[in-house]
Ligand binder design. Structure first.
Ligand SMILES: Nc1ncnc2c1ncn2[C@@H]1O[C@H](COP(=O)(O)OP(=O)(O)O)[C@@H](O)[C@H]1O
Ligand SMILES: [Mg+2]
Length: 149
């Protein structure tokens, strides 16, 4: 487990860009944190680092967006998920086969997965956030030091 203190939206974007450099196809990143904590912003940094040119927006209503970069990015937001059946129907891990799967409000599905990086974002104050990285499965053998800079 490793923490990062972000003191601005730019800091959070930069963490996303650094994280993108260690991502491989079929990686899963689960994000948790209250509304406005910076989950979507972090995904923007990841996507930017992966060469995605489209603008990243919150997929709250459609549940899933897919972006194309050096790696594809499947970006889901489970805030409005009504059941685990609905999650299984989405079949996100299959969708993300040749890319990275990033899930906002991912805490609800962590129990059904065995290999992922969990990032929990806490709002400290208006411009400060605490990002806590929790590696699970193969992530436990991967260096997170370069991400937190
Ligand atoms: N250090 C920070 N990191 C991330 N976002 C921040 C930070 N400070 C302020 N913000 C603001 O918080 C909001 C985060 O929004 P968003 O990424 O959509 O959050 P979420 O997806 O968690 O609901 C943005 O308006 C952003 O400008
Ligand atoms: Mg969001």
């Amino acid at each position: 487990m490793i923490d990062f203190a972000s003191s601005s939206p730019d800091d959070t974007l930069a963490v996303g860009r650094r994280l993108s450099r260690v991502l491989r196809g079929d990686d899963i990143v689960l994000l948790s944190g209250r509304l406005g904590s910076g989950k979507t912003l972090l995904v923007s940094g990841i996507a930017e680092g992966l060469g995605v040119e489209e603008q990243v927006t919150s997929p709250s209503f459609v549940l899933v967006h897919e972006y194309h970069g050096f790696l594809n990015v499947v970006h889901a937001d489970l805030y409005r998920l009504s059941s685990m059946n609905e999650f299984e129907d989405l079949d996100l891990p299959a969708m993300a086969k040749s890319g990275v799967l990033v899930i906002e409000w991912g805490g609800v599905v962590a129990g059904s997965m065995s290999d992922y990086l969990f990032i929990e974002i806490d709002i400290v104050d208006e411009n400060s956030r605490k990002l806590r990285f929790r590696p699970v499965g193969s992530w436990e053998n991967r260096s997170l030091e370069e991400i937190v800079g």
